[in-house]
Design a protein around this ligand. Structure first.
Ligand SMILES: [Fe+2]
Ligand SMILES: [Fe+2]
Length: 189
């Protein structure tokens, strides 16, 4: 079941790349970078984050983190903090997607407050991923065969794990976004 951690790590790399792209778009909107404001691209990134990471990534981590909490001598407040952040990050994604859709409809530039919220969203996502590194290490070190069996049993009940279409969809969309940002993909590999 170590492949689960590898998959989650790969997701982190993709999400970090998306946050880098989003920061670039936000900087363009604030005039720090040259370029034209593009709410479409921001909506693409948010849409992407709302598809696979929130459908598979967070629910999978939730199961792993809950199992880790059954172990002794765990930094349970750090694990609980990450669990609590999942619905908050998801709510922020939804909120930002709604706001940017309205800006696109009205064809106006986002306000300073929205740009600040967008930056806050990027930093939260990045900090969340960094905090998870230690927890993944703890899972890798502490889980035994029985833990993995329990996790596997719970994950099998999630309908998303009964087919991999969403995963393929996610990877294709990630690749498409990256092709539009050649410099970014090169810089981050
Ligand atoms: Fe997470
Ligand atoms: Fe994660």
């Amino acid at each position: 079941m170590q492949y689960l951690l590898e998959q989650l790590e790969q997701d982190h790399q993709r999400i970090l790349r998306m946050m880098y792209l989003l920061s670039k778009e936000i900087n363009q909107l604030t005039g720090l970078n040259k370029g034209t404001a593009n709410c479409d691209r921001i909506l693409d990134i948010l849409d992407y984050i709302q598809v696979y990471p929130e459908v598979w990534h967070h629910p999978t981590e939730d199961v792993l983190f809950q199992q880790l909490l059954t172990k002794d001598h765990i930094n349970s407040s750090a694990v609980q903090k990450l669990l609590n952040e999942h619905p908050r990050l998801e709510a922020l994604s939804t909120q930002l997607a709604l706001i940017y859709s309205e800006f696109r409809e009205a064809d106006i530039r986002p306000s300073l407050r929205v740009l600040q919220l967008s930056r806050h969203y990027c930093s939260k996502q990045i900090a969340h991923i960094h905090d998870e590194r230690n927890i993944f290490d703890a899972i890798s070190a502490r889980f035994n065969e029985q833990d993995w069996q329990i996790v596997n049993g719970i994950l099998r009940e999630n309908p998303v794990n009964q087919g991999d279409l969403k995963q393929i969809d996610y990877i294709c969309r990630s690749d498409q976004l990256n092709q539009n940002h050649i410099l970014t993909s090169r810089g981050l590999h």
